[in-house]
Design a protein around this ligand. Structure first.
Ligand code: ADP
Length: 273
């Protein structure tokens, strides 16, 4: 089953402006972990918003778990596909963690007891069970983003889209989020679409998709995509750090094998010296 499917989707923000997404075909399988890469303005956020009905296409069809998005199916689509945005401070609504996590679930009218269970599940899933009564404002950026993810999880979505959700975090916060979504994908079977401009994060995905001017210009296994360095540069994308270090070492005369794995690189260096 396809979790998200775009068929010839076109979208523009104003009637007289150019299409930001133009006849796009794109799909994500249920249970898949897909990384979406692309420089600023390439259409990644628009893709995320079209995927759960926050935006409606001008042409073509978006289907979510087999159901085409229409006015009648919008509510279910938003429950099935949760989106976590970039700025953790714009996504918190309550003072205390458990109230914040409960907010979406309360809005859909779930009974109290069920909400309590979902808060437990969601906080545990993001490793924040010890912060249930904490004050949101006192948390780190990474912790706030984990609370935002928990709020989405409390709605029991089948897919989660993270729209640059690590962009404003420090390296530790980024790691926390990536660990959480990897676990959600592997252990809970939740479909994950990770929109990011950190190449390292894409390495954890099953498939990487590169967007440019509203089109998908590259896709495949992340390691394969990163081998196509010249092409990546034409789309204004940089290689993961480890790839850059490999290139520099080879340029300096150390014949290390190409790798994107830190441990493998360490072994390569040990072999060469
Ligand atoms: P990305 O997430 O890859 O940075 P976006 O989907 O945000 O790309 O943007 C794609 C294009 O749509 C850009 O040219 C951007 O300027 C334009 N755009 C995005 N949001 C709006 C908006 N609310 N109104 C008008 N144009 C927008």
């Amino acid at each position: 089953m396809k979790a998200i499917e775009f068929t010839n989707v076109s979208f523009r923000y104003e009637d007289d402006s150019p299409f930001v997404i133009d006849k796009l075909n794109f799909s994500v399988e249920e249970g898949e972990f897909v990384a979406v890469l692309g420089h600023n303005g390439s259409g990644k956020s628009t893709l995320a918003r079209l995927s759960n009905g926050l935006l409606i296409p001008d042409a073509g069809t978006v289907s979510v778990f087999g159901v085409p998005l229409t006015d009648k199916t919008l509510f279910d689509a938003r429950k099935n596909v949760g989106v976590v945005f970039q700025n953790p401070d714009n996504q918190t609504v309550a003072t205390i963690v458990e109230d914040d996590v409960a907010f979406g679930a309360e809005n859909v009218g779930l009974p109290r007891e069920e909400i309590g269970k979902r808060i437990d599940f969601a906080l545990r899933a993001v490793g924040m069970q010890d912060y249930r009564n904490a004050t949101v404002a006192r948390l780190s950026g990474g912790q706030k983003q984990r609370i935002a993810i928990a709020g989405v999880l409390a709605l029991k979505p089948r897919a989660v889209i993270l729209d640059e959700s690590t962009a404003m975090l420090d390296p530790r916060g980024r790691r926390e989020i990536v660990d959480v979504v990897t676990r959600l994908n592997k252990e809970e079977g939740i479909t994950v679409v990770l929109i990011t401009h950190f190449m390292e994060e894409a390495l954890l995905a099953d498939r990487a998709v590169v967007m440019n001017r509203g089109e998908i210009v590259m896709q495949g296994a992340p390691a394969e995509i990163f081998e196509r360095q010249e092409e990546l540069v034409t789309y204004n994308l940089a290689l993961p750090r480890i790839g850059v270090i490999c290139n520099r070492l080879r340029a300096a005369g150390m014949p290390v094998e190409n790798t994107l794995d830190a441990e493998k690189l360490a072994e390569e260096i040990a072999r060469c010296v």
